[in-house]
Every structure is written in structure tokens, then in C-alpha cells.
Ligand binder design. Structure first.
Ligand code: GCU
Length: 592
């Protein structure tokens, strides 16, 4: 191999510096169930700096010496403990005005102290959401890399942690065409450690994962429990639902155990969001959760919840707040669910276009609303790329691992508005079969596009789905509204269709005639026409119009939009309802 030139300097002359970090990628298999566990928050003020030339990774800032071996100080280009503070969790775009459109690398630093409680305990560092890629360094050592802006990841630090620790996280918010989503979306690219960070102590042997649900096809009379152990191959566990007097011993082999047993449960539904305290204990570990039991099923063109046919009266929601960005909190989520349930008369929310925070499904369970959850396989993904596929599959695996015990989640969506090409069909049909294999208790769907040449609902992917989502903008992007009626007439799908998007932009407070673009009356009239057309179609069994709130979108820059997509039924202030809100609310009030 050629000898490096004498004047060679690693961080100036090496271009593929990122390949040094390709190892240590953490995926869904690293995730630990945290329900009922005590976590120790690392939220708060962290030191932060931008790093637009990625010098942190190029020059190994995380372990760069500040003194030579003989004690001479070195002029390093960083000073982590004295950099300005930023809040964790937060989006740097909203924390610092000068970073509003910043989409490169940000470096976070904090210290933390750790004292063992038990000599055999194991310690995990857990991130709920970092956008988009995170490189994690503990005490000068590179320990983990995670891809995916909206799903959690955990990394074991038992053998690395000290009493006093330094933690560095390099966060890369850049967009590129190999990622999921790719570089072009219609939502704002927020960056940062924007969800909770915490430490998790587990016993040497612990319950790593569990899945508790009503077993489909058992006339609502059987509960199924599966679980996975870590640190031990065989033994026995106990599953309890005290309110039902259920106490089941479950033997496990090769780290896994399962049981199906009779139970007479009060079924969960939006109208009766009944949750049971459940407990699984094994060795010295225990998981506790509040779980609802329900059956969501598709038969022919119909959708059933607990044996009762339903029309999914819904609306789409982004995880976007005009003050918080992509960071959210319990009161924001409660307000959203309450608005959909109590004022829009809805029972369903399309959680678009990526996994929202863990709390969303937990609150949906408690407050009673069904959810469609989705990964951002959005528009022109690199469908021919193996790496992109494994990123997408990992993101939905992490989402399912996180939310599979949530009764409110009834649909997993593998994507949105993807052109029907061979590469896309292979990519998304593989995702659909992966999801069916991991969770046979929920419907798999995707928001598909209409075949606009033959004017019909026709997409090869529909054959792999349980429910066909359809996005259509007749009356807005497609001004000839009459085409919608022809499309619905021309089509004869053998499974239920949900209209996952229709809508029009309207600037709140801008009034005019029903033919004047961007005004509320135009949006109101469009909703009246859409609702009339959709409600008369025999195979459409739900709708999630686009969208509940106006949301930030960098591509939307005309004088009505000003950086926001204005298809919301409610202004970005999350208070001011537009006229179309009442059209949908009235329609939903007529459906039981
Ligand atoms: C598309 C897309 C949305 C987008 C919407 C719009 O259907 O799925 O993400 O915001 O149209 O154009 O407003």
C-alpha cells in the first residue's frame, strides 16, 4: 500500500470519513420494552454547536487529545463544556432563529453521573427520537449510530459507563435520496434530539419485549401473550390481569414464551376505551402496562371493530407545531385527540407521514380513538437500493416494536404516494409481507395514487394490502371534480378503500366566493362535494382528509401560504377553525 505522504492530515485529506462509522448501527432488535420501568431522564440543557463541515467526525473530536503526551496544550477547535446550551428535547430550528433552515450536523454534549444500585444491573442509554441520523459517543468511545428520524433506539452501556461520564451525540439532519424519507417532502425538516433521552437500569436477566392482545378469530374470547427474555434461555414467567382474576404461569425456552387463554374482557373501542392493568414478571424483572383488548378486522369491502361494521371517520395529522416544531407534549396531543373526537365527531386519525411520539398512541388508547400509523416511505424513495430497504424495514420494525400493545393502533401503513414501478412494487410488497409476518393482528395499508390514465383505482400494491388508501385532490390539483365520480364508478376494488387524502388550501380568515382559490369558502365547497361523492361510494369505508392543522412546509411560499401548507381545517394556531371544519364535523355526526 502506498506510504502516506509526510504532510498527510487525517481530517483534511480523507473524504470517506463517514465510512469509519458504518459499524455500530443499532436497529429494532436493540429496543427494550420500557412499560412500567423507572427511567432516569437526561433531558435538560445540553451544550450544543453547529458543525456544518462535519469536522467532529472527520477529526475525531470525540476523542481528540487536548494535550500532547509531554503535556503541551493543543489548539483544538472545540470546547464542549463551554458551548452554548440548547434544550433537549427540542428542534434546533425552533430554539435558535439563526438555525431555522439549518439541515446539517449538530453536536450535543453533556455529562452525567452514574452510581450502581445493584452490582449486576445493566444500563441502557435510550433515545426516543433524533432527526435524522445519530452518532453516539460515550467517554470518548463511538458506541452507536441510528438512522430514522421518528423511531426510538437503545444502546447498552453497562461495560462502558463510569461514575462520571461524558456523552456526545452528533446529529445529522441532512436530506438525501437514499434516506427514508428521501430529500423531497412536503413537510418541514426539523433537526435535533427532539424527543426524550433517558437511562434505563435493568436486572442482569430481564424481559426484553412483549406482545399482549386479543387473539383474532376467537370470538373476542381469547388473549394471546408472547414475550422475549434477555440474559437467560429458559425458565418461567407470570402474566396477570388482576381485574379479571387472571394469573398465568408461562414457561419459556430459547428466551421466548407464549400463551393463549380464555378471558371474558370488556372490549376496547373509541366509545368505550377500556384499559386493563396487566403485569408480566419473570426472574427479578417486571413489566406493567394498561392495555385495551379489541379485534379490528377486514371482511370483503367492510371494516369491523369488535364485530361491528365501522366507517373510519378520520382526519390526517402531522407532528408539527408552530412553536415546538416536531417536538410535542401530552397537552398538545390531548388537545388534538379531543378536537377530533369531541368537535369533529371523528373516531380515527391518520398519524402522517412517520411515527409520532410514543405518547400519541398511549393517549389514543386512553381517550378512545383509532390510529393509522405510518413510516415515511414517501414519494420517490430509492426503491432499488438495498440499504434504503433495510432502513425502511427497520423503521417499521421499530414502530411496531414500540406500539404493538396499543389497542388504538389498527393500521400499519408502509408508505405514501409512490409511483407504481417494478422497484417500488418489490420494495413495498416486501414491506407489507414483513409487517404481516411481525403483526398479524392489524391491517396493512398504504396511501396509493389513482391510475389517472385509465381513471380508476388501480395499483399493483393493493393486492398486498388489507385496506387500500387513496390520495386524490379532485377539485384542487385536479380542477375537474367530475373525474372523481367517474373513477369511483370505473373501479371495483375487492377490499375496503379509505380516502387518505383530499383537500384544498385556505388561508384562515380569507373569505371570498366558492370559486376563489385560497379562501375558506372554496375549501368549504370542496369538502361538501368530496363528502357527497365519497359517502355515496359502496366500497369507501373511511376517510382522513388532508389535514387537521396547517403545518410548516418549506415549499409553500406564496402569499397565502408563507411557509405553511394551508390545507388544515384549523389554522396553525390550533384554535381558529375554518368553514370546512364544520362541513366534516356535520357529516361525521350523521355516522354512528
Ligand atoms: C400529498 C402528500 C402530502 C402533501 C399533500 C399536499 O398528497 O401526501 O404530504 O402535503 O399532498 O399537496 O398538500
Amino acid at each position: 500500500m502506498a506510504k502516506a505522504p509526510g504532510n498527510f492530515n487525517q481530517d483534511i485529506h480523507v473524504s470517506d470519513y463517514r465510512s469509519r462509522y458504518d459499524g455500530s448501527k443499532v436497529t429494532s432488535s436493540s429496543l427494550i420494552s420500557i412499560e412500567g420501568r423507572i427511567t432516569e431522564s437526561l433531558n435538560g440543557k445540553w451544550n450544543f454547536t453547529v458543525d456544518p463541515y462535519e469536522t467532529f467526525l472527520r477529526a475525531n473530536w470525540y476523542s481528540a487529545p487536548e494535550y500532547t503526551a509531554d503535556g503541551r496544550q493543543l489548539p483544538v477547535d472545540f470546547d464542549f463544556p463551554n458551548m452554548d446550551f440548547i434544550n433537549v428535547p427540542s428542534c434546533w430550528n425552533m430554539e435558535r432563529p439563526e438555525l431555522f433552515y439549518y439541515e446539517n450536523m449538530g453536536i450535543y454534549y453533556r455529562t452525567f453521573r452514574y452510581e450502581k444500585d445493584d452490582k449486576d444491573e445493566r444500563l441502557f442509554l435510550c433515545f426516543e427520537g433524533v432527526s435524522y441520523r445519530a452518532y453516539v459517543f460515550l467517554n470518548g468511545k463511538y458506541i452507536a449510530m441510528h438512522d430514522g428520524a421518528s423511531t426510538p433506539f437503545d444502546v447498552e452501556i453497562t461495560n462502558l459507563v463510569q461514575r462520571d461520564n461524558t456523552l456526545l451525540v452528533a446529529v445529522d439532519a441532512s436530506r438525501n435520496d437514499l434516506r427514508v424519507p428521501m430529500s423531497n417532502t412536503d413537510w418541514f425538516n426539523y433537526g435535533g434530539i427532539y424527543r426524550d433521552v433517558f437511562l434505563l437500569r435493568c436486572p442482569k436477566v430481564f424481559i426484553k419485549d412483549w406482545f399482549v392482545r386479543l387473539q383474532p378469530g376467537t370470538s373476542f374470547k381469547k388473549i394471546a401473550v408472547d414475550f422475549e427474555m434477555d440474559g437467560i434461555d429458559s425458565g418461567s414467567a407470570v402474566f396477570e390481569i388482576p381485574e379479571l382474576g387472571i394469573h398465568k404461569e408461562i414457561a419459556f425456552e430459547n428466551k421466548r414464551g407464549s400463551i393463549i387463554f380464555e378471558a371474558d374482557v370488556d372490549l376496547w373501542s373509541p366509545e368505550n376505551p377500556k384499559l386493563y392493568d396487566v403485569r408480566l414478571s419473570a426472574c427479578n424483572d417486571e413489566l406493567r402496562d394498561r392495555i385495551g383488548f379489541r379485534e379490528f378486522k377486514v371482511v370483503g369491502n367492510s371494516i369491523f371493530l369488535n364485530g361491528k361494521e365501522r366507517f373510519l371517520k378520520g382526519v390526517s395529522v402531522h407532528e408539527d407545531h408552530y412553536i415546538l416544531g416536531k417536538t410535542t407534549n401530552e397537552s398538545v396531543i390531548r388537545d388534538t385527540i379531543r378536537l377530533v373526537k369531541d368537535e369533529l365527531n371523528g373516531c380515527f386519525i391518520r398519524v402522517a407521514h412517520y411515527p409520532h411520539t410514543r405518547a400519541f398512541a398511549r393517549l389514543a388508547d386512553e381517550m378512545g380513538i383509532m390510529l393509522w400509523e405510518e413510516i415515511p416511505v414517501y414519494w420517490a424513495i430509492s426503491f432499488a437500493s438495498e440499504k434504503t430497504y433495510s432502513d425502511a424495514e427497520n423503521q417499521i420494525a421499530e414502530l411496531i416494536r414500540r406500539d404493538k400493545n396499543r389497542a388504538s393502533v389498527v393500521v400499519w401503513s408502509v408508505g405514501n404516494e409512490n409511483a407504481d414501478t417494478d422497484d417500488r412494487f418489490k420494495f413495498m410488497s416486501s414491506l407489507a409481507s414483513f409487517v404481516h409476518s411481525v403483526d398479524p393482528t392489524r391491517a396493512v395499508s398504504a396511501a396509493c395514487l389513482i391510475n389517472e390514465v385509465d381513471l380508476k383505482i388501480e395499483d399493483r400494491l393493493a393486492g398486498c394490502l388489507d385496506i387500500i388508501g387513496i390520495n386524490e385532490y379532485y377539485g384542487w390539483y385536479k380542477p375537474d371534480f367530475t373525474e372523481l365520480g367517474r373513477i369511483l364508478e370505473n373501479s371495483n376494488p375487492d377490499k375496503p378503500v379509505i380516502i387518505t387524502e383530499f383537500g384544498a388550501d385556505a388561508r384562515s380568515g380569507f373569505h371570498g366566493t366558492k370559486n376563489m382559490l385560497w379562501c375558506e369558502e372554496f375549501q368549504e365547497e370542496l369538502y361538501k362535494k368530496q363528502v357527497k361523492e365519497i359517502s355515496s361510494c359502496r366500497y369507501i369505508k373511511g376517510m382522513t382528509p388532508w389535514i387537521l392543522y396547517d403545518f410548516r412546509a418549506a415549499r409553500r411560499q406564496n402569499t397565502y401560504q408563507e411557509g405553511f401548507n394551508r390545507k388544515g381545517l384549523v389554522d396553525e394556531d390550533r384554535k381558529t377553525k375554518k368553514l370546512a371544519f364544520y362541513v366534516l364535523s356535520k357529516f361525521y355526526s350523521t355516522i354512528k
